[in-house]
Every structure is written in C-alpha cells, then in structure tokens.
Write a protein that binds this ligand. Sequence first.
Ligand SMILES: [Zn+2]
Length: 117
Amino acid sequence: MVHTITRTLRRYYLGVVFGCYLFAFTLAFILVFALPIGALALVFVAVMALIPVVAFWSALCAIERRLALCMLRSGSCPQCRSDSIAACEDLGGVAYRCQSCRGCFSARGEDVAVEIG
Ligand SMILES: [Zn+2]
C-alpha cells in the first residue's frame, strides 16, 4: 500500500512541478509589464525552489526503491502483489520479472523498461 502511494506520487510529481513552473512563468510574464521587480523576485524564488523540489524527488525515489526491494526480497511483486516474481539475468544484470503482470525491476528496485520484441 505504501509502495503504491509512493509510486503514484513519483509518477505524477514531475508533471505537477512542471505545471507549477509553467504557471510561475506565465505569472512572471504578466508581471514583467505590471511590476518588473515582482517578475525578478519570482525568478529567484523559482530557482531557489529547485533545491527542495529535487531533494523531495530524490527522497521519494529512494523510499520507493527501498520499499520495492523489501517486497522483491520477500518474493512478491511490488506492482501487482502476486507471488510470481522470478530473478532473471537477460537485461544486462540481475533483475526481477513478474510472471503475472510482466513487470520488470532492477536489482536496486527500480522499474525497468523492457523492449518488446
Ligand atoms: Zn506483478
């Protein structure tokens, strides 16, 4: 459950951040004509906001990897929670592949994109 919430947050986090920056850009563009110092302040705030945004993103990825690794080591798939996870080595290293949902995870617990072919 916690892994699903963390995974969903990680999936949509960058889109939400991009939307916020797009809104800030639009607001700054309007402020250039109305209040130029406001646009300058908004640029500095946006640049300084990158530090906590990236820190939160890194923490989110680390938490998700840790939770996925715990589930993989217990033999269950982090994506569908079935017990049909198997280790495979055909992805350039040790990886885990779920037989029921065909999800693939690296040895570090990250989602791995698999080429179909
Ligand atoms: Zn699965």
